[in-house]
Write a protein that binds this ligand. Structure first.
Ligand code: 6MZ
Length: 444
């Protein structure tokens, strides 16, 4: 049974039964869920009960389970990663990995027998399709390859239009370890196993992402989808984001602190005047007439051209041409025309609009976003940029995909107050952004 607490639970409680039913009826894809962060608590408890203490060093399993049960509180995103050694000790054998994977998939794809405690709605499957991601782990009981085959054996019990995996590279890995994971992902996919993509994840304060560049490039060339966790922490460096964006990932995880310069430089969004930037980047998005915009010079050349043209074509008498309002109108017309030229140029260069994987409860709990109304999803929705709603790690964040969608539909202060059409469109974007679409021989 899924546990749900905090903001997603409050959002779900605030909805009418018909709104809950509406959310449940939407076909939706879960595209950002980490296997070991999504194990149902009960499964973890049972794995702990059967855990032979001789197998792996003890990682304070009981106290981590207790923290997960009572609700994890985090001061900083780095603290989050300290939960994993204990969880990893419990999933260190192929059979434990199989058991964990089975229960995670069931939690997403099968209707539970009861709604979560405190709720009365009729339970339905949480999502229509899942791309479950996981980091291949070598232990004294298995190789990385064996780990992946154990996960795949469970994933492939579901049809291709229901489940697939993304192979995660942990930022702490050495280059050789990352290469091993990428080669295993490609080999398994070539052998007809259900691997659809690669992910870069792990503590954002660790590692050097440039180490992995050629391996992600290799995976991409081999036809795997690529997603990377990017700008997840306040102090994530702009240089790092620039490197990652240079890989042109198909999707981006979090993108919480992506700078306005990078948004302007890489995305085919021409920010509409009046729409601020993602509030976490602490500034409004630069317009092409801002000297910092990468297309500033091009914009001004186009502006001057249109200014001259409009003045030349004007049939206004000389005295009107001397007035301030005439100059204002000409300026406005030239700006508009130059903006249209810039939009066309960006589209011509290749419209890059990678889908952003949004994990709202995760961001609130990790304190990377201070409140719902400050969430960067608002900027991307206003700019018609694809987004998908995801749970990240249902275990510590005590959420479900239904709860994350409730955060969209619920009225403030419980949610963002989007309407049915907007939420339906977001669910549609999740289905459109699947790596599995077109790769698994299914168009669903
Ligand atoms: C808070 N958001 C996050 N940011 C970055 N990495 C995260 C994460 N949540 C989870 N992981 C990554 O996923 C691993 C657990 O699942 P798997 O062992 O791969 O199945 C974590 O060890 C971490 O590397």
């Amino acid at each position: 049974m899924s546990t749900i607490s905090g903001p997603p639970a409050a959002a779900l409680h605030s909805l009418s039964p018909s709104d809950v039913h509406f959310l449940q009826s939407l076909p939706k894809a879960e595209l950002h869920a980490h296997l070991n962060g999504s194990i149902p608590l009960q499964t973890l408890v049972e794995l702990a009960q059967n855990w032979p203490s001789s197998t792996e060093p003890h990682h304070d399993i009981a106290s981590v389970i207790e923290r997960l049960r009572s609700g994890v509180e985090l001061d900083d995103i780095s603290d989050f990663f300290l939960l994993f050694p204990a969880i990893y000790a419990l999933t260190a054998t192929p059979s434990a990995v199989r058991r964990a994977t089975r229960d995670v998939l069931d939690a997403f794809l099968k209707p539970p027998s009861n709604p979560p405690p405190g709720f009365t709605y009729t339970p339905t499957p949480d999502c229509s399709y899942i791309e479950l991601r996981t980091t291949p782990r070598a232990t004294m009981h298995m190789s990385r390859y064996t780990y992946l085959t154990a996960v795949l054996d469970e994933v492939e019990r579901f049809p291709p239009d229901k489940a697939a995996i993304i192979v995660s590279i942990d930022r702490r890995m050495s280059e050789a370890e990352a290469a091993e994971c990428v080669e295993a992902a490609i080999a398994l996919r070539d052998a007809g196993r259900r691997v659809v993509g690669l992910d870069l994840s792990g503590d954002p304060h660790k590692g050097d992402v440039s180490t992995f560049e050629k391996h992600f490039k290799r995976g991409k060339e081999a036809g795997l989808g690529v997603t990377v966790h990017i700008a997840e922490a306040k102090d994530s460096s702009a240089a790092e984001s620039r490197i990652l964006l240079g890989w042109r990932p198909d999707r981006l995880g979090h993108a919480t602190f992506l700078s306005r310069e990078h948004i302007a430089l890489f995305f085919a969004d021409v920010p509409k005047p009046g729409i601020g930037g993602p509030s976490n980047s602490n500034a409004s998005v630069i317009q092409p007439w801002d000297p910092k915009h990468p297309l500033h010079t091009t914009f001004f050349a186009a502006y001057r051209k249109h200014l001259e043209r409009i003045q030349k074509e004007s049939t206004e008498p000389e005295e009107t041409r001397q007035t301030l309002s005439f100059h204002f109108d000409v300026d406005k017309g030239a700006r508009r025309a130059a903006l249209r030229d810039i939009e066309a140029l960006i589209v011509e260069r290749g419209a890059y609009k990678p889908c952003i994987e949004m994990c709202i409860s995760s961001n609130l709990l990790c304190r990377t976003v201070r409140s719902l109304d400050a969430h960067h999803i608002q900027y991307y929705l206003a700019n018609n940029h694809p987004v998908t709603i995801c749970t990240d790690d249902t275990l510590p964040f005590r959420t479900t995909l239904l709860g994350e969608y409730a955060l969209l539909l619920a009225k403030p202060p419980f949610g963002l107050g989007l309407d049915h059409d907007q939420v339906r469109r977001i669910a549609q974007m999740s289905m459109e952004s699947r790596f599995g679409k077109g790769r698994l021989g299914t168009s669903v």
